[in-house]
Design a protein around this ligand. Sequence first.
Ligand code: ZN
Length: 212
Amino acid sequence: MTTILDFHTHNMNATSALISVSPRQFNPQPGKWYSVGYHPWHDVDHLTDDDFTLLEQCAAHPQVLAIGETGMDSLRGAPIDIQAMVYVRHLELAARLNKPVVAHNVRTTQEILTQRHRAGLDHVTLAIHGMRGNAHVARTLIDAGCYLSYGLQFNPAALQATPLDRLLIETDDAPISVHEVTAHIGENLHLPVNELVSLVSRNSARFLGLDT
Ligand SMILES: [Zn+2]
């Protein structure tokens, strides 16, 4: 059985992880799992049709379990309308391939959900990675069917408001181990680490469509 504990990392050497890469970096290694997308900070400003073709080719690879990271950021990156357009193209691809989406969301909660709705793609499941919003934001996203992925820094009330069957854990680009993050979140939730590890692994397997 495949276990993915670290739901979102940019560390190419990570194990038991979903490794997030740009299509230009995609070079699948045996036994590893990936999400592929154009990050709203770096890539989205000058994408060509060839770039989207490359994304599609990578996304169809069997070791690619999700599309992303994509999403929107109101504080950084390309103009927000370009971010929105690129994000919707990732959603469309996810719908075609029947894969879920890993989304970056910095103060764009309404936009993320509205764009998905307008595109008629509410059935595409999102995991919001690097969840730092407050409890109200958490509830809004949960009500919209999203999974929420937490790293070392988060709003404790948001974590408390997250149902245990929607909870994911990640290291992202931090130089820490997933076990440190798991221990920290376990303390906040008053849950033993082994229990948290098994429930988070079940959640990622369900989200990613892995057999358990
Ligand atoms: Zn990331």
